[in-house]
Design a protein around this ligand. Sequence first.
Ligand SMILES: Nc1ncnc2c1ncn2[C@@H]1O[C@H](COP(=O)(O)OP(=O)(O)OP(=O)(O)O)[C@@H](O)[C@H]1O
Ligand SMILES: [Mg+2]
Length: 296
Amino acid sequence: MAPVEVRDLSKRFGDFAAVKSLSFDIEAGRVTGFLGPNGAGKSTTLRALLGLVRPSSGSATFGGMRYEELERPGTRVGAVLEDASFHPGRSARNHLRVLAATAGHPAGRVEAVLATVGLTDAADRRIKGYSMGMRQRLAIAAALLGDPPVLILDEPANGLDPPGISWLRGLLREQAAAGRAVLVSSHVLAEVAQTVDDVIVIADGELRAQGPLDQVLGGDDGPATEVRAHDPVRLGEALRRCGHRVERNGDVLHVLGATPEQVGEIAGREQVAVLGLAPRARSLEEAFLSLTGARA
Ligand SMILES: Nc1ncnc2c1ncn2[C@@H]1O[C@H](COP(=O)(O)OP(=O)(O)OP(=O)(O)O)[C@@H](O)[C@H]1O
Ligand SMILES: [Mg+2]
């Protein structure tokens, strides 16, 4: 049994379907990126996982149990959602002490998680004086208090500067290396591409792809070629007949699954004049955009 299992999860708001029959697993020891453009349904799904949104149908379970059924949920799942809020007059150390006492976590966890997120030296300052990055660290510290095997973070890179993002990447890798199942959402692939092992890609509430990052967004399409042709429509049709995927942008064709040599031969047979021909590396970002149907 995977530490997190989502099955046929759907959520409607009135007659708007925000999440449509999503199914996926999250594995221990791996960072899973939950990716999709704005409005794709990421936060709704994560809130449904955490019992904050009631699914219209389907389920999300942790070791077979829904979040609401977990005894001491903080020891099973740690989460940072978009709207983390703090008592502004408290220090980070006191904030965490209160949380630990309320949830029955050992007091020693407070110092441990402060160290994990690098807040030990700032821990006695009032939270109202904290920067956005420090608040994000504190929210993560709170999620880790119960030493949970599952960590869920909704857009944790939002508002972080480049050093903050690079710190976050390191933290996510460390948490997975410690054996946790880490689920991190983002609408910006570049923020997480270097960090994630697996990805789940959604758009319009629907699952578009899932699996290891390389397999889903990487070079599994094989070679790709960019060709500029005198008659791009005719060449495009010929390439498609030969089984290649073709995207047209003006008189330039992006051909997936074909080398320049193959494209050149097909153009020769069709007697279409080729004005330019080059191999092309398809970036992760392009693969992501084409999967989610969004355009940069
Ligand atoms: N309480 C609600 N009532 C009505 N519609 C909602 C509600 N919550 C979310 N939605 C809609 O559901 C869709 C998915 O929203 P959601 O916040 O899950 O997207 P997201 O992928 O997290 O987007 P973002 O990247 O902007 O955070 C959006 O169209 C949103 O307007
Ligand atoms: Mg969101």
